[in-house]
Design a protein around this ligand. Sequence first.
Ligand SMILES: [Zn+2]
Length: 510
Amino acid sequence: MRRLSLLDTSLRDGQKSLGINLNVNEKLEISRQLVKLGVDVIEAGYPAASPVEFEAVRKIAREVKGVVICGFAGANEREIDCCAAALKEAGRSRIHTGIAVSPLYMEKKLQLTPGRVVELAVAAVKHAKKYVDEVQFYAEDAFRSDRAFLVQVLERVIEAGATVINIPDTLGYATPWECSEMISYVMNNVRNIQRAVLSVHCHNDLGMATANSLAGIKAGAGQVEGTINGIGERAGNTCLEEIIMTLYSRRGSIGIQCGAKTRELAATSRLVSRLTGVPIPAHKAIVGSNAYTGNPASLGEIGPGENAPFVIIAPDTVGLPEDDGVLQIQLGPQALQQRLDKLGYSLNKEDLDLVYQYFLHSADSKGAVYDQELRELMGEAGVEQRGILIKNISITTTGASRATATVTLDLDGDTVTEAACGTGPVDAVFKAVDLLVGERVCLEDYMLKSVGRGRETLGDATVKVRYGDNGLVIGRGVSSDVIEASARAYANALSKVKTMIRENAAQARV
Ligand SMILES: [Zn+2]
């Protein structure tokens, strides 16, 4: 079977999703899980973009081994130098540089002639090659380029030392048959293509990123680029979990394999969702909470030559338990750990203690906790560790639309209380938290849904807040009380804002 290389760009392209602000430690945690999952290359970031981004790539390069660490850089010496500096301590490193090749982009975005674009592309690859053996070149907006020109650029950059050629569908504009045709065209017309690996990088604007990538892979691409849960700007990137499970489930007919351990998919997906604050839709393929409901998993799954009519993937293949177990209140921390293990979470002692407290609190008010609720609690326990903890909330309402909230927070170790009035209980709580935390943010969106079963479910709140010019920050909170869930979500968003301010200030001093 042909071997496909997986490049995960959750931390570079994926991070461009509105509202995602991962700090350095969160990026490290995701990188370590990606190694467990078995990706071949981690694109860790764009070092020249900001000092924070540089530091993240540098740390990942230093601490995450057993995988190629890739950094992104535009086609100029300054960005390539910066990228190389960030990658210095990596075991194996790669620089990903490139330039736009479509007439529209060259003219309007770059204001350069095609001849100049070729010169810059070649110079960038040569410069990157001084630092690393593996140089990946991207031909931005390749699908709208002139084919003869594209072939010319690719031949020249391979000659200059590029070892991987990325053909991105930058705007998510291509169809699967065009992808297939494009990869075949490049393979058949670029003279020296056997000296490089072809890579596909698709976006999901038309909902075809996975289909487009697979078409490119089938036509001969040796590397696919994507993100966990498909995070990314606009409609997102190719979902790596979908690619991995398609290659696995249909291995008989596709005949291409990758090095991923499918059983790590659930844990990876949950971790990325928890740390980015971007929820996974219930119906999401492979990792959604409804993706396996009603599947009689005992019938097995489709493998080469098999024929199981009711199920194509058994949940434990992606690391999910087959039953939605119920946990009773009497459960001790050890039994909880075993259950969490089965659900794909691995926790250190401190985190387990914290989750156990949440579990007890939740089980206390409801009597029992389902797996799905446990997952939500995991998200909650994870995000609550960032410095702002809701200790107590009391509400008094007067008349139809006025409320007063008294909120007590644990703020970086101090217990503080404040009261505020609002048009309703949620508004009043948010205002009290604002007074306590003291950061000026603007609430852009607020969403509340229920998780679990029956009337005794948990409320899952998501807020989006805007802070200064730094864009949107997402916060999530879960509780059996919807007001508390909302307060936690809001406090979570403000914690992230505070972390952002702290990281930026720390960088500014260097
Ligand atoms: Zn992209």
